[in-house]
Design a protein around this ligand. Structure first.
Ligand SMILES: Nc1nc2c(ncn2[C@@H]2O[C@H](COP(=O)(O)OP(=O)(O)OP(=O)(O)O)[C@@H](O)[C@H]2O)c(=O)[nH]1
Ligand SMILES: [Mg+2]
Ligand SMILES: [Zn+2]
Ligand SMILES: [Zn+2]
Length: 395
C-alpha cells in the first residue's frame, strides 16, 4: 500500500501522488508569466497570506517538479493538497515528525517551546552537532517576532495562547528542520527531520469545539510532549518555595484531569484498531521545577545539568525518570503514574525549568535572566526514539 503523508501544517493525511504544485510566477521559457493571486483554500486554512502563484494539481506529486499548465514554467514548489501550504523542501524524502505539545492552561507550554527551540538553535544544537532552522518564512518570522524577541529581548512573558479554532478552525504550527551531521563518521549522510510544533492553548482541552481539531493533531503526532504543571497539583502546591507565583484559578486544571482527557482522545482515535494502549512516545514533562529545587536532596539528578554530549544519555534520563516518579508520591500524584503505566507503552518522565527562576511580580523574566534547565531532554529523547539522534549509556 502507498505510504500516506501527514502535512506538518494542517495534520491532514494524503497519498504522495496527491501532492500539488504552485507556480513560481517567474518568466517562463515561452515568455509567459503567471500573475500572483489570492489562494482561497490557503487563506481559509491559514489566514491572510497575500498574493501567491496559482496552485495546480494533476502531475504526480511524487515528482520533485512539474510544469505549470498556464505558463509552462517549471516549479519545484510542492503544496499540501488540503491546506495549500508549501511543503518543506524534500518533503516525503526526509523524515517528517510531528510533535504535539499539550498541557493545561498556564502550565508553561509557550515559554517552554520558545526556550527549547532557542536552546536547540544555539548551545544544545552546537553540542550535538545539529542545526535547527525554520522551514518556511512564516515560521521564521513568527518564531522571531512573536516568541523569541518577546521573551529574550523584551523579557516579557506571554499572554494566554489563543485557542486553536477560535478563528475559522485554524491551526498554525511552527515547522522546523532539524539536521544532524555526524562528524567524523565516514559515509554517514546528514540526517534531516522535519519537526512540527503546535502550541495549543490550555482551554483547548476543556472546550468541546476544539476537541476535534486537537484529536486530529494528537492522533497525527509521532511524539507527544505533555506538559504538567506541579503548581496545579494540590499536593505539590503546598511544597513549592515560599513566594512562588501560583497559576490563577481561571481555567487551570489538575494534571491528572489533563492526562485523562488526552488519554481518552488518543484511545478514541485508536479504537478502530481496538487499542487499549497508547503507543505514541510520550514525554511527560513537569514544568517550573525551580519552585521545588529547595526540597531536592543533594545529588539529585534533577539538580544537575545533563551530561554534555553529542548523544542522548540513556542512563541520565532513566535516573531523572525515577526521581520524578518518587516526587509524584510526595506530590500525591500516584494516580498519574498508574494511568501512564497502565495505558502508555512508551512514556518517560522529565523535570524542566524553562526560566530557571520564578517570574517577577509584573510578569517579566527575573533579573537574573533566563537560565534554562534540562529543557532539551524531552526533545532529545523523542528524537532518539525516532532514531534521529544517537544514544549512549545503558538502556
Ligand atoms: N517558576 C516558573 N514559572 C514559569 C516557568 N515557565 C512558565 N512559568 C509561569 O507560567 C506562566 C504561564 O506560562 P505560558 O508558557 O504562557 O503558559 P501556557 O501553557 O502557554 O498557557 P496558555 O497559553 O494560557 O495555555 C508564565 O507566565 C510564568 O508565570 C518556569 O520555568 N518557572
Ligand atoms: Mg501559551
Ligand atoms: Zn504559471
Ligand atoms: Zn496541509
Amino acid at each position: 500500500m502507498a505510504k500516506n503523508f501527514t502535512c506538518p501544517y494542517c495534520y491532514e493525511t494524503f497519498a504522495a501522488r496527491a501532492i500539488g504544485f504552485r507556480c513560481n510566477s517567474r518568466q517562463s521559457r515561452t515568455q509567459k508569466r503567471c500573475a500572483r493571486r489570492r489562494d482561497d483554500v490557503l487563506e481559509a486554512r491559514m489566514g491572510e497570506r497575500g498574493d501567491v502563484g496559482p496552485a495546480f494539481f494533476g502531475p504526480d506529486g511524487r515528482r520533485p517538479k512539474a510544469p505549470c499548465p498556464e505558463c509552462d514554467s517549471e516549479t519545484t514548489y510542492r503544496i499540501c493538497p488540503v491546506c495549500h501550504m508549501t511543503l518543506p523542501v524534500q518533503f516525503g524524502m526526509v523524515e517528517n515528525r510531528m510533535i504535539a505539545m499539550v498541557g493545561a492552561k498556564a502550565s508553561g507550554k509557550t515559554v517552554y517551546m520558545t526556550v527549547l527551540l532557542h536552546e536547540v538553535m544555539n548551545q544544545i544544537g552546537a553540542n550535538l552537532g545539529a542545526a535547527l532552522m525554520g522551514s518556511d518564512d512564516s515560521t521564521l518570522r513568527r518564531f522571531q517576532a512573536d516568541y523569541q524577541d518577546h521573551l529574550y529581548r523584551d523579557g516579557q512573558l506571554f499572554a494566554g495562547t489563543r485557542p486553536a479554532g477560535a478563528n475559522d478552525n485554524r491551526v498554525d504550527p511552527l515547522v522546523f528542520r532539524f539536521s544532524l551531521s555526524r562528524r567524523g563518521r565516514l559515509r554517514e549522510r546528514p540526517q534531516h527531520t522535519v519537526l512540527s510544533f503546535f502550541d495549543t492553548a490550555g482551554e483547548d482541552f476543556n472546550s468541546r469545539e476544539s476537541v476535534e481539531l486537537n484529536t486530529r493533531y494528537l492522533a497525527g503526532a509521532d511524539g507527544i510532549i505533555l506538559i504538567l504543571d506541579p503548581l496545579q497539583m494540590p499536593g505539590a502546591r503546598k511544597l513549592a518555595a515560599p513566594g512562588t507565583a501560583m497559576p490563577g484559578p481561571d481555567g487551570v486544571d489538575t494534571p491528572v484531569n489533563v492526562l485523562s482527557r488526552v488519554t481518552n482522545m488518543l484511545l478514541a482515535e485508536h479504537s478502530a484498531r481496538s487499542a487499549t494502549r497508547v503507543s505514541t512516545p510520550t514525554a511527560v514533562v513537569f514544568s517550573k521545577m525551580d519552585a521545588f529545587w529547595h526540597r531536592l536532596e543533594k545529588g539529585s539528578p534533577l539538580q544537575a545539568h545533563p551530561p554534555q554530549h553529542d548523544r542522548f544519555d540513556v542512563g541520565d534520563s532513566l535516573s531523572v525518570h525515577e526521581e520524578v516518579r518518587q516526587l509524584l508520591r510526595e506530590w500525591e500524584g500516584v494516580t498519574i503514574d498508574r494511568m501512564l503505566e497502565n495505558t502508555y507503552t512508551d512514556y518517560r518522565y522529565f523535570g524542566v525549568s524553562a526560566l530557571g527562576a520564578g517570574p517577577t511580580r509584573d510578569a517579566r523574566v527575573a533579573a537574573t535572566g533566563i537560565q534554562p534547565y534540562r529543557v532539551a531532554d524531552p526533545l532529545l529523547w523523542l528524537l532518539s526514539e525516532f532514531g534521529a539522534v544517537p544514544r549512549t549509556g545503558r538502556g
